[in-house]
Design a protein around this ligand. Structure first.
Ligand code: ADP
Length: 345
């Protein structure tokens, strides 16, 4: 038997880099007697969850409760920022149940201190420092700047978070079923403080809804677009703070959300199905069109060479099932292998 030659048509070309991060137990959780069931083995890049039987998951890298924001940024995001400065697209997805540290990791928490600041500030600063100065642009190319857009997907509707009020945006269908938001505001920023100020204002417009888990739990996805225009090249880093993942694992395996009436975010369910299709080597159909989130992210997921997912974990024993579900979802994302020219209707 001779090996089948790998031609450009049948080579699986790209994958999503998946990182796991566990936060410390919060004071309140300790007072309630919670214990941590998550152990990391950094040398093996493994997460172990202590159940009756031990479950272990391996990722691109793992970050424990003492890992700094800078460490995570340097490992997972700095390489993507360099691609963006070269004019490419990159995406960072923060996934996990409510209260697991997604907002902290992305860095849209207005209470964070400078050392605590997440990906947003660090990426913005790197893009501003790395942009080509206009004097160094090739002749005939005059424009070099960094700009921001900020939107929310809530109940399958897009809202522009840089607008003065929460007005739904219309969408435009792009080639292959992807969509873009019509009239999405894009604002130039010249320093980090201005950028953070815009995002902070946008966060006030963002919908939050209560759940039994956390009164500030969000049911919406927040997408921050950091755009780097360098002459004729235009790169973009999309930072995605996904809605709380509670219940998604159960719904995926049993369809229980329908009978139990649990609200499960359509975007997360579809994203899970998209990842599941993309991780099946013989897939022919990818259900991008079934949610606004996946239609917005279609291009990122398809060309997923520059996509990172950070699986955020709440280590408390009472969250074991959600933690395992998050790790399974993340494992599936890690198995994504894209073939060129996938049929995606
Ligand atoms: P989510 O966005 O997933 O709902 P948050 O980012 O709001 O969760 O995190 C929940 C709480 O945990 C917040 O009080 C946050 O400051 C804290 N937290 C999250 N991650 C960490 C971390 N790595 N180190 C210290 N505190 C953290």
């Amino acid at each position: 038997m001779f090996p089948i030659p790998q031609t450009p048509e049948n080579v699986a070309v790209s994958n999503i880099k998946v990182y796991a991060r566990t936060r410390p137990l919060l004071q309140q959780e300790k007072e309630q007697g919670a214990t941590s069931i998550v152990t990391l083995i950094p040398s093996d890049k493994k997460v172990i969850v202590e159940d009756k039987a031990e479950k272990s998951f391996k990722f691109e890298n793992v970050f424990g409760e003492k890992a700094s924001q800078e460490e995570l940024y340097q490992s997972a995001v700095a390489p993507l920022v360099r691609k963006v400065l070269d004019g490419q697209k990159a995406t960072v997805l923060a996934y996990g149940q409510t209260g697991s540290g997604k907002t902290y990791t992305i860095g849209t928490d207005p209470c964070s201190t400078k050392d605590d600041e997440g990906i947003l500030r660090r990426a913005m600063s790197a893009l501003l420092n790395g942009k080509v100065s206009e004097e160094n642009l090739p002749p005939g190319q005059e424009d070099a700047h960094i700009s921001i857009s900020f939107l929310e997907v809530y109940n399958e509707v897009i809202y522009d978070l840089l607008a003065n009020s929460r007005v739904p945006l219309k969408t435009k269908v792009e080639f292959g079923g992807a969509i873009s938001a019509v009239g999405l505001i894009e604002k130039e920023v010249t320093n980090v403080a201005d950028g953070l100020h815009l995002i902070e204002k946008g966060c006030r417009l963002r919908s939050v809804a209560s759940t039994a888990l956390n009164r500030h739990s969000s049911r919406s996805h927040a997408l921050i677009y950091l755009i780097a225009q360098n002459g004729n090249t235009r790169g973009c880093l999309i930072l995605v703070d996904l809605a709380g993942a509670e219940g998604v694992g159960r719904a995926q395996t049993s369809g229980q959300h329908l009978t139990e009436g649990i609200h499960i975010n359509q975007g997360l369910l579809t994203l899970g199905r998209v990842l599941s299709s993309l991780s099946n080597p013989s897939h022919t159909y990818v259900p991008y069109r079934e949610s606004i989130l996946t239609r917005l992210l279609k291009e990122s997921l398809e060309g997923s060479r520059h996509t990172a997912m950070i699986a955020c974990l709440n280590p408390a024993n009472c969250n074991m099932h959600e933690t395992i579900n998050t790790l399974r979802y993340a494992e599936q994302a890690q198995n994504v292998r894209m073939k060129p020219q996938v049929l995606s209707t």
